[in-house]
Design a protein around this ligand. Structure first.
Ligand code: ADP
Ligand code: ZN
Ligand code: ZN
Length: 818
């Protein structure tokens, strides 16, 4: 048995480190176990064991592992392989991959803040050791403490293993920035407190009482099915009977019901699942059949299905198939918002076999799921956003990537800068699982692979129930203005169309791709305009907080009433963000109820869910939102969708801008007319009605757009004909970043010639006080990316050695940028 363990530490370092295994612990440690290791002068980290080398590398004096946290691995085959793939492919540090992959509750370090879990109770203290109690009291006293200050206060070294035990037992939790603290969800359960006939007898004079009793019996009957927990919640009862919960309390007083309140695990589904699969239409069944056939020869298959064709129903059948064969399924979605609607749809069929995972979950919840997946190998389906690709899946049989074209699958900051879609494909292949990529507007790369036979290809080009695709109307804003048919930001025809829909009892969505109130503030006397002091951008005015906000760094300022430059009180605001649109819509459509969905209204965890459910249940008539409203949501009452300004999208100078605009407009229009009895209409307002992208959108002509775009890509050597690596260089000093990027460019040109483009100054050329330059490498498809990446790593090492200013420059790569 080896005396050494090689580990990954959670730091941005692309290396593993060797430690001595303390005698006596060799049997309780395995590859994938967590260990606590000292690192640097006085820090301790939770590291992951990757191997047991026979000897330590020369010229290092290995330190000893402080503690082994897991007898059995928490990271298992083939996760470590996936981590290595990500580090190699995206030129990322393995330590960064580990950091992104494992929830922070599983990797506490000296600086992590720890607090008592709300559910912890000191009266249970018999179950804890003296030291643990001491730690708990300290934390309780300070509310929240970092591990290192705890150690200082208690005069002890290395409390990390103690804290870890307390986390595992739910006594403490670690803090997460941005995310609200864990708070157990409480639910009231109803049980019958007397025999059924006695209860009916007692309630025979009360209509509401009898209805409640009947409702209770019906639900508990339904719940008695296998796989369902057999308790009725007060909410279920109130929803089913439509009787206020106060009446339920009343029956408790009468001794008919007993009510108990308990915290529930969010992952224990307590709804009613009927276990029934949706019946597929003939076309859907045919597509399903083709997918199964396609998988015989292609592990990855594209399902190109127009919006509202019923892709989700097909996914449900595929998931059912995999679960029945005893394996697990992973359903990746681009937006947290989408998990809400999907969870419901999937739970109706699969009950508590549905697990959800995304970054807005608290750490406790994330650790819960992680452990649940490790503990058993029971079949289940995991719905998750980007970071779910890192879960310890075992026994995986199917990966579904919905809306595979979505750019939000790409993490652009911080490292690792990975594309969750592509990682999911690799994940599936490591497990020998099949992958289905679904989209109404496949990305150019994916469609290219499907057409060239690398991926399987199945198409479903009609909507469910033969609902028509919405008609698209391109509205020329210039003309509207010339004809005095304009009231900013609306062409009057848009207002008329919306009113027609609303009067007919339908709902309307307005899409504006900019949050805040107004994007521009300017002095009308001298043209002064407030800009962020740390970034090279104008600040956006937010009315709700009466502040100017930088959308790049979050810096805020108050809006001056007097111009700081010419001292005239002439500051005005221009342009329209969702906040302002909401105001205007509320006054234009006076009697209508308006909801807004954007980053600002969905910051807390339940934000999305509430807006989506309010709009679905028609508690509002109009929804105003940013791109969040475009992605795959299923609202059946919407007949008109208005895109208030398509120009901001189509005019972005980037090779993907046409593709992104086409996708987004087509997806937005996919929200309209999803039911067969409502004709959907999409209004696109623009100053450039003859733009080619709009022409294709107007005819829902994906194939035409694809052919057109592919030629552009071929002409200008962009993906799928090349692969792109962007190199970003950042420094506080403008001259330094210029010098270093020129140096880099000329060295790269010696090696790669004309594949090197730049350095260029990005549109936003300074963010958070760092000046930015960008180099773009276009590597022809088919060339060895491994070689190119090796060369980049070597060059970086060489330049860092010879030039101190290179070492001080922040340099990183973005592979396959979107
Ligand atoms: P997509 O994911 O392709 O946009 P959805 O799966 O959301 O489409 O389906 C669109 C709408 O049609 C949904 O409201 C869905 O419930 C309904 N639908 C689709 N297929 C069926 C089916 N086989 N049976 C019942 N309803 C269906
Ligand atoms: Zn001025
Ligand atoms: Zn800023």
């Amino acid at each position: 048995m080896s005396r050494y363990a090689e580990v990954i530490v959670p730091l941005g370092l692309n290396a593993t480190f060797t430690y001595i295994i303390p005698p006596g612990l060799t049997d309780s440690i395995s590859v994938g176990s967590r260990v606590i290791v000292p690192f640097g002068k006085s820090k301790f980290y939770t590291a992951i064991v990757t191997a047991f080398p026979l000897k330590a590398p020369d010229n290092v004096e290995p330190k000893e592992i402080s503690a082994v946290l897991d007898p059995s691995p928490i990271v298992r085959h083939p996760q470590l392989k996936l981590w290595n793939w990500i580090a190699d492919y995206y030129l990322a540090a393995i330590g960064d991959v580990y950091r992104a992959a494992v929830p922070s509750g599983l990797k506490i370090e000296s600086e992590t803040s720890v607090m008592l879990d709300p559910s912890f109770d000191f009266t249970d203290s018999d179950n804890y050791t003296k030291l643990e109690i001491e730690v708990l009291q300290h934390i309780d006293h300070e509310k929240s403490m970092s591990v290192s200050s705890l150690e200082k206060n208690l005069g002890r070294n290395n409390l990390t293993p103690v804290i870890n035990r307390l986390i595992e037992r739910g006594a403490v939790s670690v803090s997460e920035k941005l995310v609200e603290r864990y708070c157990a969800r409480k639910e009231t359960f109803v049980t019958l407190a007397m025999p059924v006939d006695a209860a009916f007898e007692k309630l025979k004079k009360s209509r509401a009482g009898t209805t409640l009793l009947q409702g209770y019996l019906q639900i508990s009957e339904l719940l008695r099915r296998p796989g369902n927990p057999s308790e009725v919640t007060r909410q279920q009862l109130a929803e089913r009977t439509g009787i206020a919960t106060a009446h339920i309390r009343e029956l408790e007083r009468k001794g008919v019901f007993a009510l108990t309140e308990r915290s529930v695990n969010r992952f224990n589904f307590s709804g009613i699942s009927d276990g029934k699969l949706p019946v597929l239409s003939e076309k859907q069944a045919d597509a399903l059949d083709q997918i199964h056939k396609s998988w015989l020869s292609h592990d990855v298959t594209l399902l190109h299905g127009v919006t509202s064709s019923g892709k989700t129903e097909i996914y449900i059948h595929l998931i059912d198939f995999v679960l029945k064969s005893g394996r697990r399924a992973f359903y990746l979605v681009p937006e947290i918002a989408l998990t809400t609607q999907l969870t419901e749809r999937l739970q109706n069929v699969f009950g508590d076999r549905v697990l959800i995972y995304h970054s807005k979950f608290s750490d406790n919840e994330r650790v819960d799921i992680w452990k649940k997946l490790l503990d058993t190998s029971a079949p289940c389906v995991v719905i998750g956003a980007r970071s779910a690709v890192f879960l310890p899946f075992g026994n995986l049989g199917l990966v579904i990537v919905d809306e595979e074209h979505e750019s939000s699958y790409k993490q652009s900051d911080p490292a690792p800068r990975y594309n969750a879609r592509d990682v999911a494909v690799v994940l599936a292949s490591l497990h020998g699982a099949k992958t289905l990529l679904g989209s109404a507007t496949p990305s150019i790369e994916t469609n290219y692979k499907a057409l060239s036979g690398k991926f399987g290809h199945v198409r479903l080009m009609t909507r469910y129930n033969d609902a028509k695709l919405p008609t698209i109307e391109i509205t020329d804003l210039k003309q509207a203005r010339d004809n005095r048919e304009y009231r900013a930001p609306f062409a009057l025809s848009t207002i008329r169309a919306a009113n027609l829909a609303l009067n007919g009892g339908n709902q309307v969505i307005f899409f504006q791709n900019r949050r805040g109130f107004a994007p521009i503030a300017r002095c009308t006397a001298c043209s002064w305009s407030p800009r962020c002091e740390f970034c090279d951008v104008a600040m956006t005015y937010h009315k709700s907080t009466r502040q100017l906000v930088c959308h790049y760094c979050g810096a805020t300022h108050t809006l001056p009433t007097v111009c700081p430059q010419c001292h005239e009180p002439k500051i005005e605001i221009y342009g329209f963000g969702t906040e302002r649109i909401e105001d205007i819509v509320s006054s234009t459509f006076e009697k209508r109820k308006v909801l807004r969905m954007d980053l600002d209204t969905t910051r807390n965890k339940e934000g999305h869910a509430r807006i989506i459910s309010d709009f679905s249940s028609k508690k509002a008539d109009i929804l105003v939102g940013t791109q969040m409203v475009t992605k795959g949501l299923d609202f059946d009452g919407v007949s008109v969708v208005g895109v208030l300004n398509a120009d901001t999208m189509i005019n972005i100078p980037d090779f993907r801008s046409a593709e992104r605009s086409f996708n987004m407009l087509e997806q937005v229009s996919g929200r309209a007319g999803r039911r067969s009895d409502v004709d959907g209409k999409v209004i696109i307002q623009t100053h450039d009605p003859s733009h080619p992208v709009l022409k294709f959108v107007a005819k829902h002509d994906y194939d035409g757009f694809y052919a057109h775009e592919l030629e552009e890509r071929r002409t200008f050597s962009y993906p799928p004909f090349t692969r792109i690596i962007n190199i970003y260089l950042k420094h506080r000093d403008l001259q330094t970043v210029k010098t270093v990027s020129d140096l880099y460019a000329s060295n790269l040109r010696d090696l790669l010639g004309r594949r090197v483009n730049g350095p260029e100054e990005p549109i936003v050329s300074r963010i958070q006080s760092l000046y930015i330059r960008k180099l773009m490498l276009k590597i022809e498809t088919g060339a060895s990316m491994t070689k190119v990446k090796e060369l980049l790593r070597d060059l970086n090492a060489r330049l860092c050695e010879s030039y101190p200013e290179v070492k001080r420059t922040l340099i990183y790569y973005d592979v396959d940028p979107v």
